[in-house]
Design a protein around this ligand. Structure first.
Ligand code: KDG
Length: 324
C-alpha cells in the first residue's frame, strides 16, 4: 500500500443548529482540520496515512486522535502539549430566516477559537521527531492553513516544500484563510506563491486563488505556475481543471443537493491524491476527487465518510454521459 503523511492542526468542530448562532442551544461535535480530514480520506482509499500534529492534554485532543486512529490513521507522531489547548471552531449555519444575524439558507461560517493552540506551536522540531515517517513515505501533504498558524509553523512548511524528494511527492492545498493571516497578511501571497512553486501537487480553489494571486482562471494560473507537475484548479462548484505535465483535463462536478460545503476541498484532495498514489490517470483522479467531495457536500460535518474503494472506482469509470 502507498504511504502518505499529512501535517497540520486538528480542531474539534461544534456544528450549530441552522439559524442565528445566539439561538443555537445545541451543537454537534465533529472533527475538523484540513490535513486531518485528508488523512481520513486516504485511509478509506487503501493508503496508509499518518498525521503529524500537536494537541492539548484535554478531551478535544483525545477525541481528535481517537477519531483519526479509529479510521486507521497513524497518530504515533502526534505530540500532546499540556501547556496549550486543542483548537476549536464553531460552524455557524444559516437558515435564511431574514433576521439580521442569520446567514442564507445552506451558508456556513467558521468561528475560530485557536489562538495559542497546541498546534500553533508546530515547528521544524516536529519534523525531526517524525524523521522516520517522513523518510519512508510516498507523499507529504500540507495546506496554507498550517503555513498561517504561526512563524514557527511557516518555517516548518518551508522545510516541507524544500524536502529532499528521494522519490516522494510533496502536496500543497492553498486553503487561504485570511482570518489566520491577521497582522501578516502582506506576507501571505509571497509565502503561498513560494509553496505553490515548490510543491509537486497543488490544489487551488478559484475564489481563493483570485484573492491571493489576482486571477481565478485555470489557464492563467497554470501559465503563472508552470512548476508543479500536478496543478488542480477547482472552478467554484462547476468543474475542476487538472494539469499534469503538458496534459489538461476538465471534469464537471456532480449535480448534488448540497447540505454544507466546508470540508469538500479536503475530500477532493484526498480522493485525487489516493488515485494518484494508486497510479490512475488524470481524468480518473479528478473524478475520484469529485466523488469524495460529494460525500462531504452531502453532510454537515467536515469529514467525508466514503463508499468502498471498489464502489468509488466503478463510479469513476462510468462513461462520459454520466459525468457530462
Ligand atoms: O477545509 C476544512 C477546514 O477548513 C476545516 O476542517 C477547519 O482546518 C480547518 C481550518 O483551519 O479552517
Amino acid at each position: 500500500r502507498p504511504r502518505a503523511v499529512t501535517i497540520g492542526e486538528g480542531l474539534a468542530v461544534l456544528v450549530a443548529r441552522p439559524g442565528p448562532l445566539e439561538d443555537s442551544e445545541n451543537f454537534q461535535r465533529t472533527a475538523g482540520g484540513a490535513e486531518a480530514n485528508v488523512a481520513t480520506v486516504l485511509t478509506q482509499l487503501d493508503v496508509d496515512a499518518a498525521w503529524i500534529s500537536r494537541v492539548g492534554d484535554d478531551g478535544f485532543g483525545r477525541y481528535l486522535t481517537g477519531h483519526l486512529a479509529a479510521r486507521g490513521v497513524d497518530v504515533s507522531a502526534v505530540v500532546i502539549d499540556p501547556a496549550r489547548p486543542t483548537a476549536v471552531y464553531v460552524k455557524e449555519r444559516g437558515s435564511g430566516s431574514g433576521k439580521a444575524t442569520d446567514l442564507a439558507d445552506g451558508a456556513s461560517r467558521m468561528l475560530y477559537y485557536r489562538t495559542g493552540s497546541a498546534a500553533s506551536a508546530l515547528s521544524t522540531a516536529d519534523l525531526a521527531a517524525a524523521a522516520e515517517l517522513l523518510e519512508r513515505t510516498d507523499l507529504v501533504h500540507f495546506t496554507g492553513i498550517t503555513t498561517a498558524l504561526s512563524e514557527s509553523a511557516t518555517r516548518l512548511t518551508e522545510t516541507l516544500a524544500a524536502l529532499p524528494r528521494r522519490g516522494k511527492l510533496v502536496s500543497f492545498d492553498l486553503n487561504y484563510r485570511p482570518a489566520l493571516w491577521a497582522g501578516r497578511i502582506e506576507q501571505a501571497a509571497e509565502v503561498l506563491a513560494r509553496h505553490v512553486r515548490g510543491c509537486d501537487v497543488v490544489f487551488l480553489g478559484a475564489d481563493e486563488a483570485d484573492a491571493v494571486f489576482g486571477t481565478d482562471d485555470a489557464d492563467r494560473l497554470r501559465a503563472r505556475f508552470p512548476e508543479p507537475e500536478h496543478l488542480v484548479v477547482k472552478n467554484n462548484e462547476h468543474s475542476v481543471t487538472g494539469f499534469s505535465g503538458t496534459e489538461r483535463v476538465e471534469v464537471p462536478a456532480l449535480e448534488l443537493e448540497i447540505t454544507e460545503r466546508i470540508g469538500a476541498g479536503d475530500a477532493f484532495a484526498g480522493g485525487y491524491l489516493a488515485a494518484l498514489l494508486h497510479g490512475h490517470p488524470l481524468e480518473q483522479r479528478l473524478r475520484f476527487g469529485h466523488l469524495c467531495a460529494a460525500a462531504a457536500l452531502t453532510g454537515t460535518g467536515d469529514v467525508a465518510e466514503l463508499p468502498s474503494p471498489g464502489a468509488l472506482e466503478a463510479l469513476a469509470m462510468l462513461d462520459e454521459s454520466a459525468w457530462g
